[in-house]
Write a protein that binds this ligand. Structure first.
Ligand code: PRP
Ligand code: MG
Length: 213
């Protein structure tokens, strides 16, 4: 059997559509049997694995997938050994701190001793440590913006894109921790044969990105 490069892509979520679109713009056509978790490109030695976003860095680190399209925010949070090869210019967002809109904010001291809800505990902890802040971290896996409203926390640390989820929940953004976008990541030890396929893919992706600028 000839070698195929395995790429992990979000199974569901905001990056999936644009991830498949960029492959298509690279001239790569994927046979997409609906609900299949594995698919093959027809005209390029590529196999697509549809995985949960938060699992992707670990799968790439462990070589289950050779490469992936994933948000930088997830790469930073998961602290796995993967190499970021190329930022892809879509799914731009930021990881930010937000508090109830009527609270007075007078700097980072605000967070001292406060209870903060997040799905990004490692990134938040690093930020708090850097700023010598002692806050309590409460981890929830989604709908983080509801936490202050239901008395679960004083503030939050979560992704912001348009800002509409913050607005709808009566919160305001006060500090950005990390800016993020979709990126192509790679396992640190891929075979020479796979590296050749990857070089071809990267060449095409960079041409597509250059054409957009
Ligand atoms: C994401 C993210 C924010 C929101 C940001 O949540 O966690 O809540 O989108 O986007 P906005 O600034 O454009 O409103 P998502 O809708 O994916 O749901 P989840 O957090 O429950 O997974
Ligand atoms: Mg959310």
């Amino acid at each position: 059997m000839s070698t195929r490069l395995k790429i992990a892509i979000q199974k569901s979520g905001r990056l999936q559509e644009d991830s498949l679109r960029i492959l298509k713009e690279c001239g790569i056509y994927i046979d997409n049997g609906k609900d299949q978790l594995k698919a093959r490109a027809q005209n390029f030695p590529l196999e697509v694995l549809y995985l949960r976003n938060s699992d992707i860095p670990e799968y790439v680190q462990d070589g289950i997938a050779d490469i992936a399209i994933v948000g930088e925010n997830v790469v930073v949070e998961k602290q796995k050994k993967v190499q970021i090869l190329q930022k892809l210019g879509f799914s731009k967002c930021r990881l930010a701190m937000a508090i109830p809109k009527d609270d007075e904010y007078n700097g980072l001291e605000y967070f001292q001793g406060k209870k903060l809800a997040t799905s990004y505990p490692n990134s938040l902890k690093a930020f708090l440590d850097e700023n010598n802040l002692n806050s309590e971290i409460h981890v929830i896996s989604g709908s983080v913006e509801i936490a202050p409203n239901i008395g679960l926390s004083d503030g939050i640390c979560d992704l912001v894109s348009s800002g509409s989820t913050l607005f709808k929940n009566g919160l305001k953004e006060v500090v950005e921790i990390l800016s993020s976008q979709a990126c192509l990541v790679c396992n640190e030890n891929i075979s020479e044969e796979k590296q050749a396929i990857l070089n071809d893919l990267l060449f095409r992706m960079r041409a597509v990105l250059a054409a957009k600028n």
